[in-house]
Design a protein around this ligand. Structure first.
Ligand SMILES: [Zn+2]
Length: 123
């Protein structure tokens, strides 16, 4: 592990297309790519902590690519809720609703963007 500016630094590989997009966004906010990526990751860590505190019985159960997000729910009978896209919106199979806590939880996961983008392209 390398140390820079008193902090331990880890090197990761980023796909070039993603890097180029991040670079453009960083430049818009007058940040370096390093600052921008570290802020994104810090925000994601904080978001996870807030979600855990706000909805402690829910957790991410998994993601079936381009199909659905599985939300674990300690208080539901089946132990989880399947969230997928209907009419361009996230929908919960467990509750039969577009606006339950499972949908709220799922919509805050990075996979929700992937799921909604896929649906938009294919419908
Ligand atoms: Zn639900």
């Amino acid at each position: 592990m390398v140390k820079r500016g008193g902090k331990e630094i880890v090197t990761v590989d980023i796909e070039k297309e993603i890097y180029e997009n991040l670079k453009k966004k960083a430049e818009l906010g007058r940040h370096t790519v390093k600052e921008y990526i570290n802020n994104l990751l810090r925000t994601d860590i904080e978001r996870s902590k807030i979600l855990l505190k706000a909805m402690p019985r829910l957790s991410m159960g998994g993601y079936k690519k381009n199909a659905m997000i599985f939300v674990n729910d300690k208080s539901s009978e089946g132990g989880s809720a399947d969230v997928y896209v209907i009419d361009g919106k996230l929908h919960c199979d467990e509750c039969g609703l577009y606006d339950c806590e499972h949908v709220q939880f799922a919509s805050l996961q990075p996979e929700a963007i992937d799921l909604l983008s896929y649906d938009k392209k294919h419908n």
